[in-house]
Write a protein of this length. Structure first.
Ligand code: CMP
Length: 140
């Protein structure tokens, strides 16, 4: 499998509980390298733009409010099949359905406050990485 990059976000429920290091350790233990990382307070406009694909969904407004409720840590992860590997280590969107040992099973509070985001395809990963990072900030 090819070396890929994917966009990861540690969400406000996790930064609030000081879980950044434990989540990073889980990502690294899964073979993913954190090749860019920064902590941000998103504006409403930024959160709406990032999640624009979900704007018709019933949960969009609550999702945006949640994502601006505290700091996030945005990251670029690199590794073999990084998009799928990250989704494996994150677990299912709904923590009630997430497998044992996954980040969401261990840490998520709800389907909304689910601790992490990960790109769902290589194509979306490129778009999402470009949303948050300039090329000079990514050191592979
Ligand atoms: P994420 O991977 O960041 O992408 C969209 C987010 O919407 C998702 O994780 C969830 O945190 C959030 N969300 C809130 N409610 C729902 C829902 N009912 N179904 C799917 N995603 C939801």
């Amino acid at each position: 499998m090819a070396i890929e990059r994917t966009l990861s976000i540690i969400k406000p429920d996790a930064t609030r509980r000081n879980l950044t290091g434990r989540i990073n350790a889980a990502l690294e233990a899964a073979g993913l390298c954190i090749i860019a990382q920064k902590r941000l307070q998103l504006t409403r406009g930024q959160a709406e733009a990032f999640y624009a694909v979900h704007r018709e969904r019933g949960f969009f407004h609550d999702l945006v409010n949640f994502m601006i409720s505290g700091p996030v840590v945005v990251q670029v992860l690199e590794g073999e099949g990084a998009v799928a590997r990250n989704r494996e280590v994150m677990g299912a969107t709904d923590p009630a359905k997430a497998a044992e040992g996954t980040i969401r099973k261990l840490f998520a509070e709800s389907i909304e406050a689910n601790s992490v985001h990960g790109s769902d395809s290589a194509e979306n990963a490129a778009t999402e990485i470009g949303f948050f990072f300039a090329a000079i900030e990514i050191v592979g």
